[in-house]
Write a protein that binds this ligand. Sequence first.
Ligand code: ADA
Ligand code: CA
Ligand code: CA
Ligand code: CA
Length: 197
Amino acid sequence: ALERPLAADFPTPTDEIVVHETILVDEPFDGGNVRYVPGPELGAGDQDEDQLPVFRVEDGGSLSNVIIGSPGVDGVHCYDSCTLTNVWWENIGEDAATFRGGDGSQFTVAGGAAVAGDDKVFQHNGGGTLTVRNFVAEDFATLVRSCGNCSTQYQRDIVLDGVEVTVPADRLVGINENYGDTATLRNVTIVGDSGRD
Ligand code: ADA
Ligand code: CA
Ligand code: CA
Ligand code: CA
């Protein structure tokens, strides 16, 4: 059985689907708590940057009640303002979700949890604001990273509001001050002992 963080109340999967090809979402998609298991065509779930996402969410699309099974490959890619509601990552792959819309995008992650990542959970590569609300993460290095080397760079805003993380972890948010990024942290709970004095 998977080890689960105490506070991350993962839903029991209602069914399981193996995903051999990235699922394109351009309308509201309610997964009904089905577990979507990445097939080997999408990647191995390691730190290889060339893996494919399980879901690609485009203009008009949103995801809710989806369980991303193991190995997490490149998780979810969002190409426009998108909302991920109650999305659960059982084993984060290279990262859990990537946000790629341009300036003015409003990306929201609301509810859900992610566990078992080697490095980053959320990767903000586009423009606009990424808000992570009522989210739980355990066993990762960085919760949100604003891309430092993307081919198009943007000023980005990152908001955490109601986030519970379990240490050890390296950082909540990594931003690029040289591009004017901002990070706003509200209601952050850190569970456990960092092991540091
Ligand atoms: C790394 C890489 C970025 C981008 C990112 C991602 O941080 O340096 O250019 O590829 O991963 O989107 O996973
Ligand atoms: Ca990466
Ligand atoms: Ca990635
Ligand atoms: Ca993992």
